[in-house]
Design a protein around this ligand. Structure first.
Ligand SMILES: [Zn+2]
Length: 302
């Protein structure tokens, strides 16, 4: 249920070229212009033919490194001043598919988000800011609350597609409950099992999966009241991600006051703190956007 397809995380395309910078031109400056030239020609994903590939920026924890380097001294083809420029390109839609985002969000982006009301324009701006914050600081929570059908899930998935680090996971609270309860027959699973207590061949527990992942989107929080085992799971998860400063988006259809009641004071305080004292708490009050675009659903996924 929480298994991701690792093949979707590979670079969609790798480009490389030997380049000789002009006299006085720095290696870094030439790399930038070289990359801009390469990206000026649109390149598309084989799986998502309408989604343009983007530069896979370097990230410490990422799989792909983007770099410029002097050819190695032992290379028989070495020529002084010649640089081996390389760049990996990734597909934003594949990034969302890897994270298990809902399919209808895969090929959407910040650029195509409807900003016809000030509330929606503000939500978009904040989500862009949050994505940039995660890319630079690698921490922070965002909380998206309010009426359903206003694009909360879609914006969260758009954040996922912008991240430099591809280790992201989207999950609904109900899925977590099902995953948790599916382990009840497994004798080896304990809620608090530590990593070093698990054998190599034992699959991670649902709690470990959502604790360990670099970026988590947890949707549909508070749809229904939680049983004791769900409460414990949820509490452990959020405390862990707060304590470890792991970036997280929380989404709920509840109004903010109702959600505070659902979470309790301790978790509410942590979340408020992790959102920059409310900077990344977005409340959606408008009418459902989904209601006015229903006919698009019948046209299928694009
Ligand atoms: Zn793709």
């Amino acid at each position: 249920m929480l298994n991701r397809n690792r093949s979707l995380r590979r670079a969609a395309e790798n480009i490389s070229e030997e380049i000789t910078p002009a006299p006085g031109e720095t290696k870094a400056a030439r790399f930038k212009t070289w990359l801009a030239e390469k990206l000026a020609v649109p390149r598309y994903c084989a799986t998502h033919p309408h989604t343009r590939l983007v530069f896979e920026r370097s990230d410490k924890g990422g799989i792909f490194k983007v770099y410029e380097e002097l050819r190695y001294g032992y290379d028989p083809h070495e020529r002084p001043g010649v640089f081996d420029f390389r760049a990996a390109l990734r597909c934003p839609a594949c990034r969302c598919a890897y994270a298990l985002c809902p399919p209808e969000s895969h090929t959407t982006s910040f650029e195509t988000f409807d900003t016809s009301t000030p509330e929606r324009a503000n939500a978009l701006a904040r989500c862009r800011e949050f994505a940039a914050q995660v890319n630079t600081q690698r921490c922070g929570f965002a909380l998206l609350v309010g009426k359903s059908g206003n694009g909360k899930t879609r914006l969260a998935c758009n954040v996922v597609s912008e991240l430099d680090n591809g280790d992201a996971l989207y999950v609904r609270q109900g899925q977590l409950t099902l995953a948790l309860r599916a382990t009840y027959g497994r004798k080896d699973v304990f809620l608090h099992r530590r990593h070093d207590e698990a054998g190599d061949d034992e699959p991670p527990t649902p709690l470990e999966i959502v604790q360990v992942v670099r970026f988590l989107v947890l949707d549909e929080i508070g749809c229904k009241s939680l049983a004791n085992d769900e409460l414990l799971f949820f509490d452990e998860l959020l405390k862990h991600r707060y304590d470890e400063q792991k970036p997280t988006i929380l989404i709920s259809n509840l109004a903010l006051d109702q959600l505070k009641e659902f979470l309790g004071d301790a978790l509410t305080d942590r979340i408020k703190h992790a959102t920059g004292n409310g900077k990344f708490i977005l409340q959606f009050e408008g009418d459902s956007y989904r209601r006015t675009t229903g006919e698009n659903y019948l046209e299928g996924l694009r």
